[in-house]
Ligand binder design. Structure first.
Ligand SMILES: [Zn+2]
Length: 270
């Protein structure tokens, strides 16, 4: 029913996508991604891996990458929901990135047990509801993740997710959306992603940016509330997009956030 509604206003190219079911040609931004992957000219990058929740079922690696120049600390999470594979895969890749300034901290498999079981929730329920205002994190896992966040004192937090539908079109889903704290560059990020990653024939896949209330129990809200971090929650959608396109959108979201906050420099003119 919903797909029918979606197609009613579309061009024939959209119908052909619906037949194959996927879009597999993300536009990308190779210059930006090269800047993320290549070592800076200005000096050495130092990488360090440490376990979070060491010795427990939840043990999961945290990657800290220090750039040669001073700058903010950005923390990127994948796998808060264990079945949202695009964010996990993008975050694993981001753990090899080389920022120009500041410190990049990446936790690709935040809810390790849920990631291993390929399920949204882990043994203690939905991790992204366990960071309520004015209370302690609500599980051993949430407490361990929060300890790591506090230890690194991020200026910027990005949590990578995926949805099953389109924001505003499918009532219960929020795909292609960026939720953010009031001080974040939500609109700019959405505009950049629309330019880089959303093909012209998918107008409904344009990103929606929305300022979030900081009263909720989500990890990024807690970071904004407790640590004054500039925080983003990114949602790409499985609706009409294939896996590699969703990964591309997630990695571009991360690269733009790092660039917008001064960790990445895109050299040259143009
Ligand atoms: Zn999620």
């Amino acid at each position: 029913m919903r797909r029918r509604t979606y197609l009613a206003g579309g061009a024939s190219v959209l119908a052909s996508i619906a037949v194959s079911g996927i879009v597999s040609q993300p536009a990308g931004n190779e210059r930006l991604l090269e800047a993320a992957r290549e070592s800076p000219d200005t000096g050495e990058v130092n990488s360090n891996t440490e376990p979070i929740l060491s010795g427990t079922d939840h043990e999961t690696p945290l990657y800290e990458i220090d750039a040669p120049n001073d700058g903010p600390t950005a923390m990127i999470f994948g796998g808060v929901h264990g079945d949202e594979r695009s964010g996990i895969e993008a975050a694993r890749e981001i753990s090899d990135w080389r920022p120009d300034a500041g410190t990049l901290v990446v936790v690709p498999e935040t809810n390790r047990v849920a990631v291993e079981n390929n399920e949204r929730r882990g043994v203690d329920g939905d991790l992204n509801r366990q960071f309520p205002a004015d209370r302690e994190p609500q599980s051993e896992l949430a407490a361990g993740i929060w300890d790591a966040v506090e230890a690194h004192q991020p200026d910027v937090v990005l949590d990578l997710h995926r949805s099953l539908g389109i924001y505003g079109l499918h009532q219960e889903f929020v795909g292609q959306a960026i939720f953010h704290s009031p001080d974040a560059h939500g609109e700019r990020l959405a505009d950049r992603l629309d330019e880089d990653a959303v093909p012209w024939y998918l107008p409904f896949h344009k990103f929606t940016a929305g300022e979030t209330s900081l009263t909720g129990p989500l990890l990024f809200q807690h970071a904004a509330r407790e640590l004054d971090a500039t925080a983003y929650l990114f949602e790409t959608t499985e609706f009409l997009l294939d896996h590699s396109t969703m990964v591309e959108m997630s990695r571009l979201a991360a690269a733009h956030v790092l660039e917008l906050h001064g960790l990445l420099e895109v050299g040259g003119g143009a």
